[in-house]
Design a protein around this ligand. Structure first.
Ligand SMILES: Nc1ncnc2c1ncn2[C@@H]1O[C@H](COP(=O)(O)OP(=O)(O)OP(=O)(O)O)[C@@H](O)[C@H]1O
Ligand SMILES: [Mg+2]
Length: 663
């Protein structure tokens, strides 16, 4: 008896054919179908061999099974030449309204092998019946039965009425076997950001990782990732059914935290998520000397950091910045912990150089470093504050990501859409480097982090330039898997991204693409019919390449369960830029929503903004139990908020205001 499980329930659609001119191989085969069979490019089929084999070891009969995916289709009739048809139509199109001769017509498809059963020995595909794949065939053909416990839904394989879930293997998407994901396709139609949001939803609901997993998303475009905690408003019935079939609840993310630098004024947040209802969970991001000094290379271009400047920077790092040892020899009389201290230190050095120069006939150096080099480094370093205003502060009061306290399944969105490219580079590099170090030391709070970088071609382009940021991204793609640092990336043109970065992505997703892009070298291995399909792909349909799948697979996914950027921008329009006092009210409400606006305004009125920020930052660090009281206690130079009439009332002084003024 041969095994005939489930074949009885399958739709028989055609027969495998092989000729001497067009033989079957172990990788591909051909078959015909009748004209109304629902078979097309991308359809998964199952072949059952005609011949029954006998297995000695198991003492059973079986038929060979082959699963394949259609990659090419042609159709033709027995007509020898178009001339014959022309003549038989009496040279008149009207007369051929109905064919004079009904000719046999064939649909002839070529398919690539997805899986054979048994896998060994590797043999050409046998002749047999062709069936449409069911859910269980799809599961088997894509080897999804081998990773039931680590599966993550990515979309549905759709053929006619049949919708079968397709899963990725988290061991191959998030490590340790393989890692990284890249999505490519034209703007808008490829739904790149959407599939990332959808996958992250699946990960947040299904993925289990002992040490916990967090996600850091960099928002580089407008409102793109600013409403991840808000529910989608109009998912259709069909989409909700897709969610059900994929086993995902259509709910927004629960634990999302937003971070954005300040604007140039130093108190308004530089983000579009400033609507009163949402601004409470946006945290500021601002760094001082300490945070950025290790990454100053990002901010200095190649010409700036020649060997001499590099040596001087090393001296700063070793002897000056943040050292506890006071060293008069190096002009360090107090701890240099922020840009203000560094400025003072440089001034001391310049004074010393000038002093020496007077006495020593034009001595032009200090501790072996040329004055020109010192001045250059000074200018470049101090320039950082101007170029990254709002992100880099003079003082050591900083706001940062919750290093050490990252939470499982939390999403940290860093909004850098509105800052200059230089500051964007700094944010990327610092955060990714810090993630790397902390994952290595296991001091982050979670064991795994997904980092999402949109517009990858901007940050890691394939041209020859070798930026610091590109090196960082390269390193994640090459070493991240060991550390638990997984790179999710998206871009419009994959051909413009550094080869080694995309080459290391275990999983690739393609949305609608341009012919020009598909004609580039990187797509030469893709079958022509798949390329043709890609150029007309509808929204929500994607092509997947995953280590378990032997061929490219098309899937469809529903819109993500979060508010879209367009709708979000309308529903939660950003608030107008605030004056200083109102901005402080907003920041205090972030600490404690119960704080009254008037209390804040009274407290900060007339005080220098810098002093208010200092006191506020200290409150945030130390006085969170009673923020308003703590703030008032530590605020210096607070003038009484009494009106002139009250403080100089005639009753108190026996004079009128006019008398007082004329005095
Ligand atoms: N599964 C889907 N089915 C149908 N439409 C979708 C689906 N997912 C997203 N869309 C729609 O497609 C549009 C573009 O989506 P998205 O922002 O993800 O594109 P993108 O490829 O990231 O574009 P860009 O390159 O400009 O960032 C959105 O308006 C969204 O509503
Ligand atoms: Mg996008």
């Amino acid at each position: 008896m041969y095994d005939q499980e489930c074949t009885n329930n399958l739709d028989l659609v055609g027969r495998v054919v092989a000729t001497e001119k067009c033989p079957n191989t172990a990788q591909s085969f051909s078959f015909w179908t009748n004209l109304d069979s629902p078979v097309g490019i991308g359809t998964i089929v199952k072949i059952e061999s005609d011949k029954v084999h006998y297995e000695h070891r198991q003492d059973r009969h079986y038929r060979r099974e082959v699963f394949g995916i259609v990659t090419e289709g042609i159709s033709y009739t027995d007509l020898d030449s178009p001339l014959n048809d022309y003549i038989s139509s009496d040279y008149e199109p009207l007369s051929s309204h109905f064919a004079r001769t009904e000719r046999p017509e064939i649909r002839y498809y070529t398919a690539s092998v997805l899986k054979m059963d048994p896998e060994e020995p590797v043999q050409p595909v046998p002749i047999g019946n062709v069936y449409l794949a069911t859910d269980s065939c799809v599961r088997k053909s894509l080897r999804m039965d081998s990773y039931e416990k680590t599966k993550l839904p990515v979309g549905l394989y759709i053929n006619g009425d049949n919708q079968s879930p397709v899963y990725l293997d988290s061991n191959f998407l998030l490590g340790p076997e393989a890692a990284h994901l890249n999505v490519t396709g034209v703007s808008g139609l490829a739904t790149k950001t959407s599939i990332i949001e959808f996958l992250l939803t699946g990960i947040s609901q299904h993925y289990k990782c002992d040490g916990g997993i967090a996600t850091v998303l960099f928002n580089v475009k407008g409102y793109d990732l600013l409403f991840l905690d808000q529910p989608a408003e109009d998912l259709s019935e069909a989409e909700l059914k897709m969610y059900e079939k994929l086993g995902i609840k259509p709910e927004p993310f629960r634990n999302v935290k937003y971070y954005a630098p300040f604007k140039e004024d130093g108190f308004n947040l530089n983000t579009h998520r400033t609507n009163e209802e949402l601004v409470a969970d946006v945290n500021p991001l601002s760094w001082g000397l300490n945070e950025i000094f290790d990454h100053v290379q990002v901010l200095l271009n190649k010409d700036d950091i020649d060997a001499k400047a590099d040596a001087f920077l090393s001296l700063l790092k070793e002897r000056v910045i943040n050292t506890d040892k006071q060293d008069q020899c190096y002009c360090v009389y107090e701890k240099v912990k922020d840009f203000n201290d560094l400025e003072k230190w440089f001034q001391r050095v310049f004074a010393q150089i000038e002093g020496e120069e007077e006495g020593s006939e034009g001595k032009t150096g200090w501790k072996g470093h040329a004055t020109a080099t010192i001045r250059k480094v000074y200018n470049r370093l101090m320039n950082i504050k101007t170029r990254c205003k709002g992100l880099v502060t003079n003082t050591s009061d900083t706001h940062d990501l919750p290093w050490g306290n990252f939470e499982d399944k939390a999403i940290y969105v860093v909004d850098i859409a509105n800052v200059l490219p230089l500051a964007q580079d700094l944010v990327f590099t610092r955060i990714v480097e810090e993630l790397k170090t902390r994952l290595e030391e296991r001091t982050l709070g979670v064991d795994k982090v997904i980092v999402f970088v949109d517009e990858l071609n901007k940050y890691a382009s394939s041209d020859s330039g070798n930026s610091y940021l590109k090196q960082t991204l390269l390193e994640i793609s090459e070493r991240g898997r060991y550390l638990g640092l997984v790179l999710f990336s998206a871009q419009q043109f994959k051909s413009q991204v550094h080869k080694r970065i995309v080459g290391n992505c275990g999983t690739s997703i393609y949305g609608r693409m341009d012919m020009d892009e598909l004609a580039t070298q990187g797509y030469s291995v893709m079958p022509a019919s798949v390329k043709a399909e890609l150029t007309v792909l509808e929204k929500g349909k994607l092509l997947i390449r995953h280590p378990h799948f032997n061929q490219y697979i098309f899937v469809k996914f529903p819109r993500p369960p979060v508010l879209t950027s367009q709708k979000g921008a309308k529903k939660f329009p950003p608030a107008k830029e605030k004056g200083f006092e109102d901005a402080m009210v907003m920041h205090f409400k972030r600490l404690d929503p119960a704080i009254k606006a008037n209390d804040v305004k009274d407290a900060v009125h007339g005080v220098e903004p810098e002093e208010v920020m200092r006191a506020f930052n200290e409150t945030e660090r130390k006085g969170m139990h009673k923020p308003m009281e703590y703030f008032k206690n530590i605020l210096r130079k607070k003038p009484p908020r009494n009106s002139f009439v009250e403080s100089h009332s005639p009753a108190a002084g026996g004079t009128t205001i006019d008398d007082w003024l004329s005095d």
